[in-house]
Ligand binder design. Structure first.
Ligand SMILES: [Mg+2]
Length: 116
């Protein structure tokens, strides 16, 4: 299965909403809930000696499902989103990860808007 097929399969299993606002709020809250479940399973596995690896794997899948639905909402191809992410990281770490390059003064997600 490629990412395009995955996004389409996610769409088929998603609830339909009356408004776009309700839809994106659901996907946005859903992804944080599932990411929280991943974190919780990691904590239980490593801090409580309670192996939750199956839960980590399942909830990674759930998190990606929400990521796919957010991409679907904005009509973004996940292939493109992932390619742009890798390009950004290759620019930041041209010779691979270094602590020096990881230290940035601030993260400015909307730098063009702030300059207006
Ligand atoms: Mg889950």
């Amino acid at each position: 299965m490629n990412l395009k097929e995955y996004q389409e399969l996610c769409r088929k299993t998603a609830k339909k909403f009356e408004t776009r606002e309700k839809e994106i709020l659901t996907w946005g809250l859903g992804i944080t809930g599932e990411a929280g479940d991943v974190a919780s399973c990691i904590k239980k596995t490593f801090a409580h000696d309670n192996n939750q690896e199956a839960g980590i794997k399942e909830n990674i899948g759930d998190t990606l499902w929400y990521a796919a639905m957010i991409c679907n909402f904005f009509n973004w191809d996940m292939d493109n989103v992932l390619e742009e992410n890798i390009k950004k990281l290759e620019g930041r770490y041209p010779k691979g990860f270094t602590i020096e390059n990881a230290k940035r003064k601030m993260i400015d997600w909307n730098e063009n808007e702030l300059k207006k």
